[in-house]
Each structure stands twice: as structure tokens, then as C-alpha cells.
Design a protein around this ligand. Structure first.
Ligand SMILES: [Cu+2]
Length: 122
């Protein structure tokens, strides 16, 4: 299941895109600046909720950044927990084109993975 929302905070503020996936009862969300600019530091927010909609804080979260079109080496920035089921990752995408951002969340010995696609533009 993939849900896509566009949030516009105001005329002057940059837009944020929010995507969500349901993985084995865990709702994994990713909030990212839109558009995804080449080589710009961007702040990504991962959100985790259980089947009852309760935020999950006791998880280890990182991103696995790849491009489907080519090998790009290993790039796995770790997330910093913010509380309320939110985790922050700062990273930059260093090439134009389609990226796959795999959110990996480890919780109570179980690993959950959700793949989100981002299009990087100039
Ligand atoms: Cu590439």
C-alpha cells in the first residue's frame, strides 16, 4: 500500500511530500522536501506507528540509499530519534535521476523495510 500526500505549509515555505507504507502492521512514513534538489542537504523525517496508530520510539532506523539504474556504493545514513515516533535523517542525494530510499526500522528483533522512490532534479 502506498499513500502519497502533498503538504503545502504556505506560499513561501518549501513543500514537503509525505509517503506512507504499511509493512507487517507497521506504518512507515517518509517526509521529504519537494522537489528533491541535487546535492542539497535535505532533512528527511521517518515516522513509525503501530497497528493501533500509536507512535513507536524504541526502534533503530536508517536509510539505505541506492539508484536502481547503477551501483552507487553503500550509503546508509542513520536516523536520530526525535520522540513521538519521529526520526530525523540529514543527507544529500548526489546524482540526478531516480533514487530508492529504503527505510530500515529494527524493532524488538524484527526488521521492517519500506522502499520509497525519489526523483532528484537540478
Ligand atoms: Cu547514480
Amino acid at each position: 500500500m502506498l499513500v502519497l500526500f502533498m503538504l503545502f505549509a504556505g506560499c513561501a515555505a518549501p513543500a514537503t511530500v509525505r509517503q506512507e507504507q504499511l509493512v507487517d502492521g507497521l506504518t512507515i512514513g517518509l517526509e521529504a522536501p519537494e522537489p528533491a534538489k541535487l546535492n542539497a542537504t535535505q532533512e528527511l523525517i521517518v515516522t513509525l506507528h503501530d497497528a493501533q496508530g500509536q507512535p513507536i520510539d524504541a526502534a533503530t532506523v536508517y536509510l539505505d540509499l541506492t539508484m536502481p539504474a547503477m551501483p552507487m556504493g553503500t550509503n546508509r545514513p542513520e536516523a536520530e530519534p526525535l520522540g513521538q515516533g519521529r526520526y530525523r535523517i540529514r543527507t544529500a542525494l548526489t546524482m540526478l535521476g531516480t533514487w530508492e530510499l529504503t527505510v530500515v526500522a529494527e524493532r524488538a528483533g524484527t526488521e521492517y523495510r519500506a522502499i520509497f522512490t525519489r526523483e532528484v532534479v537540478e
